[in-house]
Design a protein around this ligand. Structure first.
Ligand SMILES: [Zn+2]
Length: 411
């Protein structure tokens, strides 16, 4: 009799594997077990089919509850100095955007506070925010730079972002977003700033291994298609994949631009044209929807979900957690808003915060699906069926969080 011994065995679970190779929108396996060896999933299936005599060093009994892959938040700005609480209060008390700008509000205030903050201060604040995501079942988080806008501060932001992964049991992906906005000292000289991004910042960041990808903001108030193209060419020279804040406030051809570089993702897409949707579909670029910004800004424009769906564009959902336009620290609320505001189905939203979000980070086959060979990133939920995770607006539903086979949170 051969016996199989796992490091960890989850039993009595209703596993929403999110594995497209299994039937149904959630790839659900009832009365299931998940065996973990060497931080990876070794086996998943009905308990009745588990290898005979299988044992484990540690057993987690889900008692019939739902188990999913660890959730993936693929677009955040968690590292920043200060906050924008006073601006939020002033705006809701009737102050105009002009008044707020005159008072030094907006992104410029976050840039000033971030430049003034030390790495440890940035780390401490970002870790507190990331802890909220972890408590909500997130096991992988992407964090962007983009509030430094000078070499030293961009490097400090990315170093702090990486260190969040030392403070908390989270997989961290870092993204260099030097081309977020033109800093005050370069006002009227955006091309000179793009030179700095391409010739100084990007080589330094890539050389130090601080970024896993490069992002930019393509918009009338930020960078043109031509300028973003220069940033993406530089990223390509350094072997880094790209992603893009595209078509958020106007149709600037951002989706097609991202697609033409084979971007991992094009994010926002509120004003993307039918041609942009086709380009994303042809390139296999993930559309990342950020309903927290729609909600916060009270924007009427919506990303073209029906067209994205019809074209077969993979759709992910993220918090866009940032101090100005989406102070959202729950990926499940983002998924709920993606359904209620943008029209996703719960199954699409759940795929969008697991499998497809992992794809947006280049992590396909590594996390985001409960299948053999993937990282053992799992969440046991205080819920019985997958749609519940999207149905409840917030609340503490993650009861046990497992990252790389380690139980890191347990209710
Ligand atoms: Zn963003």
């Amino acid at each position: 009799v051969t016996t199989t011994t796992w490091d960890l065995l989850v039993v009595n679970a209703a596993v929403a594997t999110m594995d497209p190779a299994r039937p149904g929108p959630y790839g659900l396996v009832s009365d299931a077990a998940v065996g973990v060896t060497d931080a990876r999933i070794a086996w998943v299936g009905p308990m009745a089919e588990a290898p005979r005599g299988a044992g484990a060093a540690r057993i987690v009994d889900a008692a019939g509850a739902l188990v999913t892959p660890g959730l993936v938040d693929c677009h955040t700005h968690l590292v920043f100095g200060g906050d924008r609480v006073a601006e939020f209060e002033a705006r809701l008390s009737g102050a105009s955007y002009e008044e707020l700008a005159r008072r030094g509000g907006g992104i410029a205030s976050t840039v000033a506070a971030t430049r003034a903050a030390g790495e440890d201060d940035l780390l401490r604040a970002a870790t507190r925010r990331a802890e909220q995501l972890l408590g909500d079942g997130v096991t992988t988080v992407e964090i962007k730079s983009g509030y430094g806008l000078d070499l030293e501060t961009e490097v400090r932001m990315l170093a702090a972002a990486r260190r969040v992964g030392d403070e908390l049991p989270l997989r961290i992906c870092t993204t260099f977003l030097g081309a977020h906005t033109v800093p005050g000292e370069y006002r009227g000289r955006p091309d000179a700033y793009v030179d700095l991004v391409c010739n100084d910042m990007l080589p330094a960041v890539a050389g130090a291994g601080l970024a896993d990808a490069v992002d930019a903001f393509c918009e009338r108030i930020a960078f043109s298609v031509e300028q973003v193209r220069r940033v993406f060419d530089a990223a390509r020279r350094h072997g880094l994949p790209v992603k893009l804040h595209a078509d958020q406030l106007s149709d600037g051809g951002g989706a097609a631009l991202a697609a033409s570089f084979g971007a991992q993702s094009a994010d926002h897409l509120e004003h993307t044209s039918p041609a942009g949707v086709r380009a994303l579909a042809d390139a296999g670029t993930v559309a990342v929807l950020l309903p927290g910004a729609t909600h916060t800004l009270g924007e009427r424009a919506r990303p073209p979900v029906a067209a994205l769906r019809a074209a077969g564009v993979p759709i992910a959902v993220s918090t866009d957690a940032n101090p100005g336009t989406s102070p959202l620290l729950s990926i499940r609320i983002a998924a709920n808003l993606a359904c209620t505001l943008l029209g996703l189905t719960p199954a699409e939203a759940l795929a969008g915060i697991t499998r497809t979000a992992a794809r947006a980070l280049g992590l396909t086959g590594r996390t985001g699906v409960v299948a053999p060979g993937e990282a053992a990133d799992l969440v046991v939920w205080d819920a019985g069926q997958p749609a519940e995770l999207v149905y409840w607006i917030g609340g503490r539903l993650a009861s046990t969080v497992i990252v790389a086979g380690d139980v890191v949170r347990s209710a």
